[in-house]
Write a protein that binds this ligand. Structure first.
Ligand SMILES: [Zn+2]
Length: 139
């Protein structure tokens, strides 16, 4: 495994270990690599009003945006077990915003960082609505 990939997975595991998920007991970590080579991590953060929690991917994307970066190159998600912890529907749209219409790689790992699935954002959200659709509508 390439060093960069291992670093990305390690960042997602570290984030997962810091997650706040007392209600679901389903901690998730995500790491976003940008086209500039920066890595931003996020973890899910729950609260007593269950549906109002935020996902790991959303946290990582928020950190990326706050740092002024806008282009995702790769996303790694690490769940708490052996199941394939793919991004939820809302996160697929959030990733799409910064991954472009052609899509970028998304790697899903088990709790130990072993790769379970290698896919792309375009495969996870085909025919997605994105910023280009708004531009087209403006004419
Ligand atoms: Zn999500």
């Amino acid at each position: 495994m390439a060093t960069d990939m291992k670093a990305l997975i390690d960042a997602a595991i570290k984030a997962r270990d810091a997650a706040y998920a007392p209600y679901s007991n389903h901690p998730v970590g995500a790491a976003v690599l940008t086209t500039d080579g920066s890595v931003f991590a996020g973890a899910n953060v729950e609260n007593a009003a269950y549906p109002l929690g935020t996902c790991a991917e959303a946290g990582a994307i928020s950190a990326m945006v706050l740092a002024g970066e806008r282009e995702i190159a790769h996303v790694v998600v690490v769940g708490p077990g052996e199941a394939t912890c793919t991004p939820c529907g809302g996160c697929r749209q959030k990733i799409r915003e910064f991954a472009g219409p052609a899509g970028k790689p998304i790697t899903i790992c088990d709790k130990d960082g072993n790769i379970l699935l290698e896919t792309t954002s375009a495969e996870l959200l085909p025919h997605a609505f994105g910023p280009e659709n708004i531009d087209e509508a403006k004419g």
